[in-house]
Design a binder for this molecule. Sequence first.
Ligand code: ADP
Length: 560
Amino acid sequence: MGAGWGAEWGAGWAASHGRPAERWLGILAIPLALTVFIVDTFTDIESAIAVLYALVLLLAATALHRRGILRAAGGCVLLAVLSFLLSHWRDMDLSSVLRCGVALATILITGALLVRDHESRALLVRANSALARSERRYRCMFEQARISLWEQDFTAVTAALDALRAGGVTDIAVHSQLNPGWARELGALIRTTNVNDATVEMLGAAGRAEVLGALERFLPAEDPAMAQVLLALWEGRDRFEGRARLIAADGRALTVLLGISFPDDGVGFDQVVVSVVDITQRERTQEALLAAQAELARAARAATLGALSASIAHELNQPLGAIVLNAQACLRWLRRDPPDVDTGAKAVDRIVRDGKRAADIVQRTRGMLVKDTRCDETIDLRQLVDEVAMLLERELSVAAAVLVTDFASAPPSVRGSRVGLQQVLINLVTNGLHAMAEAGGTRRELTVAVDGSCDGTQVRVTVRDRGKGIDEGSLAHLFDPFFTTRPDGMGMGLAICRSTIESCGGTLTAYNHAEGGAVFEFTIPAAQLPAPTPTLAPTLAPHPPSAVAPAAPLTPARED
Ligand code: ADP
């Protein structure tokens, strides 16, 4: 052994990382190794004393690294071989060689096991320190983030949901209908365990302590977002994103976007991180912008209608004046004695001609309103309804209403005007929202249903609301231009809807649903049919169905 052994041991020792107690155990290995060497070399005990080097290694390993253990094992092997040579050089026999072999094997196996154990421990230590570093980084980001971050404990809620499942609940939608208070009860179980400074600032709270505890204080359990979060948990989704209304500590209402990442391994529900982005200001600006746009649109509509009315009045003046003159002339011819029936009949002919011309003017004016209605596009209604739902997302959210779609398994495409049909659906849905807001009920659900093919050639679409329904007295006038019961209404929406639908070869009707609310139903040709020639349906003004005659110049009634 000598200098080499000392150096080996020293190098391993230099790498020692043990605590003081472990270091002392490691130091004890040196006298033990010397004792084993002396006993093995200078006594006559006929047994494998050298196996005790395994003990030396066990002690040394408490204070050594991998390299040190390997060196210690090498040192023990050297000592064992040296002692064998010193004591059995002259009388070497099989049993002494075997004893030496057993001792060497023991030393090597012990060394290998110790190295493996050491590596496993080192791996664990590295993993732990990586975890600690990542935890520190997370804490730092959590504290310093400029967006509001919350840590919430969902364990009580997940336990309650598990209990529901165990109790036989399989469909949470049915359960929530039977137990309207379920979201409130479960929502009350969510607790906030930590928040960052941005949250304290956003809520206008005095400090973190004020925000910790029941989440309900800031997110009322009746907010639809609460039920949506619970639904996401129930369905085992790993994320939830949605809009919610928070009540700040000083009572302000905040509109926020919530982002929640749920643990996907079933553990960690005691520390779910929720990010909250305050969009109140953005919403207010958008609302103001939309209000200004609506006001502008209303003003533009009023101006257009004014101009249109003036143009109709001006154009109708001539044929109506001629009709009156001809009628007066006719009366005079008929009152003569004897009556001049032939001349009177000619005056009536002129009345008919001017009447047709007046109808033609009305027809053309209505044509102006729907002049862009080209009905040659193939439209996927499912896609169109989804687009409308997206366009009206904000209106639905403000009205706290949901739009439910109900499509036949494979509704055929339809032929019509994409923009026209979109406008029709937007009008019907918006009217439904107004009706539900006026009724003030809590179930604000609009259903847009697309029903296969009602007679093989037409597809039927219904828009049903849960509003107050249509007054008996209004039913007959609903589609008349300028008919409205709303103080700020213009009464042109449904009239234009009917024109659009009819110009594409469909029909639009309305009725009250037996369970309350109004239903607007339109049909539209299925796409496989040849495109209908755009026709102008008799909607905007009463006129005879065939009253389209070439315009004729006004012929003054003859007095002769
Ligand atoms: P406006 O909305 O400007 O009043 P519309 O032509 O869209 O014009 O509607 C005309 C009228 O029809 C409304 O004022 C209202 O009385 C009635 N109406 C329309 N949709 C509904 C509905 N879903 N439920 C009850 N009444 C409705």
